[in-house]
Ligand binder design. Sequence first.
Ligand SMILES: O=c1ccn([C@@H]2O[C@H](COP(=O)(O)O)[C@@H](O)[C@H]2O)c(=O)[nH]1
Length: 277
Amino acid sequence: MTGYGERLARLVAARGPLCAGIDPHPALLTQWGLPVNARGLERCARTMVDTLGDLVPVLKPQSAFFEMHGSAGIAVLERVLADLREAGAISLLDVKRGDIGSTMDAYAAAYLADGAPLAADAITVSPFLGFGSLAGTIALAEEEGRGVYVLALTSNPEGRQVQHARTDTGRRVAEEIVAAAAAANAGRAHGNVGLVVGATIGATGVDLSQVHGSLLAPGIGAQGAGAAELVEVFGDAREYVLPSASRELMGAGPDPTQIRVRAEKMLAQMRSVLSVG
Ligand SMILES: O=c1ccn([C@@H]2O[C@H](COP(=O)(O)O)[C@@H](O)[C@H]2O)c(=O)[nH]1
């Protein structure tokens, strides 16, 4: 079975490096002239899938904006994930689960097992209960050819307090996470364990070149980063970077043509900054 990392690398080579976030904020639904309820949510999210599903390699629904509408919102999320499979794009569910190992195994079954109603190609997970708590989740992802993105250096300024703290080895927490992801991907050019590294964080001195997994870079647009910042943050690891933008793309809506034009422009920028060789 082709693993997540390989599948993603091929699709990025064909379409370019960009992840389009689906973050239907209530204010955005209003801006799009939609009601702030599950019906508006569905219209908005499905517009993003229909508009970008054949253009960008990855779409990333943010679970929180679906959960806030209760069971009706979760039902919309199920349909959106199914639509993404049909559209031929990779689905990355931003759900940031983190818990003790036995509970993480249940989350993994919910999001990474074939046939699960909320199954996605990849999910985001939190390592702050210890990277080892993700062992069962990573094992299931490997078995199913799916991926996980582990939070490492998040795009929000508050993240430093935890991620730059020193552990008893003298290394920073983020460096331990990077090393653990590299070990999980060892021996492969494109492993199934990715990392979340914000485009906003500047130069950190954390070496990402040996991870050999996808590096999801949120923070483009609304959080202030652009293509130029990616070079500073990722240096030699830039061939693995998957820049992510939500509000920057969705703000061009509701007209699908405008959303597509903005995504095409962003794809061209990212391709020129991140192409190697
Ligand atoms: O470090 C992180 C991890 C995840 N996110 C998520 O990405 C999007 C960003 O949305 P924008 O509108 O492009 O700012 C959102 O869902 C965050 O929860 C992040 O921003 N930073």
